[in-house]
Structure formats: structure tokens, C-alpha cells
Design a binder for this molecule. Structure first.
Ligand code: ADP
Ligand code: 5GP
Length: 209
């Protein structure tokens, strides 16, 4: 029987507009071994967003059906819309030994961490509150009211970061992506994960490939 470690479940969270999506996209471009979990949402698509790429867009009714059917690993209401992680994809990918990254809010991150104690949790913070404000405004995707709401909630989010295993500062994007990659590499190297599987494979076959 081939010896294969389960893939990592990597949870990336942090305040709105800190750059979670930007960091995850950049990491995925240079890390073909990591998959992205595309969430389901009731939020309307923004210009340029494609169904199945950024999100699976659906109605409230469809979302409720998915909750009832147990199809969502976690879900949360974020700024008036529902977002959830499809369970099947995450389980298939990790069981196949590949790592999967989830870009989700604080409530969802809590739910994942309690269900999957082995999940790697990463909290992204901005270099300053002013930088966060500039990013929310600069993205230009929210109404004035939504911007004010996200800014007002930012300190609550940031305090939550104290409970996380890892903190990544998103100041210089390249450095932040490198930092996240280092976290993933370190976690994969743990003997309880890939490290141990490598040792067992070497002993069993005399070589690693
Ligand atoms: P989130 O997914 O956390 O809500 P986004 O990835 O959508 O945030 O990023 C919010 C805005 O901040 C975007 O306009 C993005 O281009 C910008 N941004 C992301 N990372 C950086 C960075 N390191 N420096 C400056 N701007 C950034
Ligand atoms: P946006 O609407 O800007 O794309 O995302 C708003 C927030 O929803 C972000 O903080 C994002 O991380 C979070 N989010 C995206 N997908 C999910 C998900 O599947 N579950 C949860 N709980 N939050 C999500």
C-alpha cells in the first residue's frame, strides 16, 4: 500500500481587504501542489468574477439546501451575505494527499479549527490601520456604508488573531507570500505529516521516488 500523508488544510483569515485573496492567489500561482477551495456565496458577483473561479454564486434558497444536505464544511454570514466551504472538495483533496487553502472569515475559521484540530491557521494583518483603510477604499468594490462597516469591525477581527498559530504581515506582497509558503513548508515537514511518511517510504522502498 502506498504511504501517503494527508494534505494540509490551511485556513487563511484576517480583516476584510487585508489582502487574503491577493496573497492566496499569488501563492497558488507558484505552488501547483496547493489547491484553492472555491466557496459558495449568496453575494452577487462583482464585475469580472466568474462562477466556479472566485466563487460558486447561488441563491439564498440553494444555500439553505446545501446547509441542510450537510454539503458545507462551515458557513457564515459575512456583511449580509452567506459564504460556505464545500465539504466534498476539501475532503477529496486532502485525502488524496494534496493541501488545500481556505480564504474565509473569522467565524468560519473558528468552525474549521474546532472540527479539524490539525488545520493550519494563519492570520493576516496589515502593516497599519491606515493601510487597511486605503486597501478597503482602493479596492472600490464596496458601497460607502459597507466600507465604514468593515473599517469599524477591523479591530475586533485583529484581536481575534491572538488565537491563531501563525501571523503573516501583508506589507510587501512578495514577502507575505514567501512567509505563507514558509509556514506551509514547515508544517508539511512535520514528522507527524509528510516528514514521517517520507521516512517510512525510504525504509520500505530504499528510495523516496
Ligand atoms: P481580502 O481578500 O483580504 O478581502 P483583497 O485580496 O481583495 O483582500 O485585497 C484588498 C485590496 O488590497 C486589493 O485592492 C489588493 O490589490 C490590495 N492589496 C493586497 N495586498 C496588498 C499589499 N501587500 N500592498 C498593497 N495593496 C495590497
Ligand atoms: P468578499 O465578499 O470580499 O469576497 O469576501 C468577504 C469575506 O468572506 C472575506 O473575509 C472572505 O474571507 C470571507 N469568505 C469567503 N469565502 C468564505 C467561506 O466559504 N466561508 C466563510 N466563513 N467566509 C468566507
Amino acid at each position: 500500500m502506498p504511504i501517503k500523508a494527508k494534505g494540509l488544510l490551511i485556513v487563511v483569515t484576517g480583516p476584510s481587504a487585508v489582502g487574503k485573496g491577493t496573497i492566496c492567489r499569488a501563492l497558488l500561482q507558484e505552488a501547483p501542489d496547493i489547491r484553492f477551495s472555491v466557496s459558495v456565496t449568496t453575494r452577487p458577483a462583482r464585475p469580472g468574477e466568474v462562477h466556479g473561479v472566485e466563487y460558486f454564486f447561488c441563491s439564498h434558497r440553494e444555500f439553505e439546501q446545501k446547509i441542510k444536505a450537510g454539503e458545507l464544511l462551515e458557513w457564515a454570514e459575512v456583511y449580509g451575505n452567506y459564504y460556505g466551504t464545500p465539504r466534498q472538495y476539501v475532503e477529496e483533496v486532502t485525502n488524496a494527499g494534496q493541501s488545500v487553502i481556505l480564504d474565509i472569515d473569522m467565524v468560519g475559521a473558528r468552525a474549521v479549527r474546532s472540527q479539524y484540530p490539525g488545520a493550519v491557521s494563519v492570520f493576516v494583518i496589515p502593516p497599519s490601520m491606515e493601510a487597511l483603510r486605503q486597501r478597503i477604499l482602493g479596492r472600490g468594490t464596496e458601497s460607502d456604508e459597507a466600507v465604514q462597516r468593515r473599517l469599524a469591525e477591523a479591530p475586533k477581527w485583529i484581536e481575534e488573531g491572538l488565537n491563531y498559530e501563525y501571523v503573516v504581515v501583508n506589507d510587501d506582497l512578495t514577502a507575505a507570500v514567501g512567509h505563507l509558503r514558509s509556514v506551509v513548508n514547515a508544517e508539511m515537514s512535520r514528522t507527524a505529516r509528510q516528514g514521517g511518511a517520507l521516512i517510512r517510504r525510504l525504509l520500505e522502498k530504499g528510495e523516496l521516488d
